[in-house]
Design a protein around this ligand. Structure first.
Ligand SMILES: [Zn+2]
Length: 381
């Protein structure tokens, strides 16, 4: 860990501590985080200068001497713009430091947009959602659709639209704000770590089961992506050697055999239009649906087991449309398969995501910006 990483890690601890409590004095922060008082003073000074934290004096009744100064987040002064996407639209949100969305703009995309069209649409939306409030904006986070390199700001691959490598961040430089790029599943994992099902965990794995299958690795409270930037892309682990080709170019990837499109496709003979209908068939005892879901959940369980053995954490946070639309039913099925796999490992425990789908990605994107901002640099208007 270099000095910059250390600084960010300290800032992460301080922000997390303040966010959890709603407001704390510097001595309380030092006590809770175990950081030196001078470190807390320096970092909180920079955060106040940047407008991310605000101070207020509190005099306890009957107490003598100087009033104590309580630090809390400054919701009006530290907004983050999040460039986001769904299957059919480009979106941009203006959000406060707690990840609450203040405003959203969206634009329909052509059926198969090019990367250039997509980035241009996002840049327009970002300009429009923050109009008149740029002085309050701390930074911009782009939710990367696919495998991204956050350091260089480049998209490495998007298998859904078939995009190859390309720059993401450049067109956003005209806003004069620091711009960050991070993968959507990693942002969700971070939000679950701060506000959701993983609040008590420093180490966990994250699986997102939906139209695609994504994942993330959190070790010592930090996201791990590895030198390839692809660590935790659990949708592309080899799940079934006899499975169909995957949009990433591989064969038998977990995403190709157990995501929503894969399940719906396998139930085409039942005239099943979407995931909710597929799950209804399963619950009604339809034989084909039962076979398809049992196999998909067995393959998800195997992938989870292999990830746990490879990476280490034994708690796995699982979310996504498949979990929500089945009201956790998918999780129970995966857990059932997982129990057959347990070996010398201590119990692998699955936890359901706690944050709503539409909030977690944005909340994670805001946290990402607050942690990564170069706060030593004076704020640009
Ligand atoms: Zn793949």
């Amino acid at each position: 860990m270099d000095l910059r990483d250390l600084g960010r890690s300290n800032r992460r601890q301080i922000l997390r501590c303040i966010l959890k409590s709603g407001g704390l004095s510097r001595s309380d922060i030092a006590r809770e985080t175990g950081l030196a008082h001078s470190t807390v003073t320096e970092i909180t000074y920079q955060l106040v200068q940047r407008g991310i934290l605000s101070t207020r004096e509190i005099r306890r009744s009957g107490a003598r001497g100087r009033p104590s100064i309580v630090l809390s987040l400054n919701p009006r002064e530290s907004l983050v713009v999040v460039a986001d996407y769904s299957d059919l639209a480009a979106m941009a949100h203006l959000a406060d430091p707690a990840g609450e969305i203040l405003e959203t703009r969206s634009l329909a995309l052509p059926r198969s947009p090019t990367l250039k069209q997509y980035v241009a649409a996002e840049a327009r939306l970002v300009a429009s959602v923050a109009r008149g409030r740029w002085d309050k904006v701390q930074g911009v986070t782009i939710v990367g659709p696919g495998v991204v390199d956050p350091q260089s700001g480049r998209l490495l691959q998007n298998s859904h639209f078939g995009w190859g490598p390309g720059s993401f961040v450049k067109p956003f430089s005209r806003f004069g704000k620091q711009t960050f790029l991070q993968n959507g599943s990693r942002l969700r994992a971070m939000a679950e770590n701060w506000y959701g099902a993983a609040q008590d965990l420093e180490n966990f794995l994250f699986f997102h089961l939906g139209q695609g299958i994504g994942g993330a690795i959190v070790l010592d409270g930090l996201l791990v992506a590895g030198p390839s930037h692809g660590a935790g892309e659990f949708g592309h682990v080899m799940a079934d050697p006899k499975g169909p080709s995957c949009s990433c170019g591989g064969k038998g990837c977990l995403e190709a055999v157990a995501s929503i499109p894969a399940i719906v496709r396998q139930l085409a003979a039942e005239e099943c239009p979407d995931f909710a209908a597929a799950w209804n068939l399963y619950e009604a005892g339809n034989r084909s649906a039962r076979a398809v879901f049992r196999k998909a959940c067995l393959l998800i369980a195997r992938s989870i087991f292999n990830a746990v053995v490879s990476v280490g954490p034994t708690t796995v946070v699982v979310g996504g449309e498949m979990v929500e639309a089945s009201n956790g039913g998918i999780l129970a099925l995966v857990d059932e398969s997982l129990r057959e796999h347990r070996s010398f490992f201590e119990k692998i425990s699955l936890r359901r995501c706690r944050l709503p789908e539409n909030r977690s990605q944005v909340a994670g994107a805001v946290l990402h910006a607050l942690q990564e901002l170069d706060i030593e640099r004076p704020r640009t208007p």
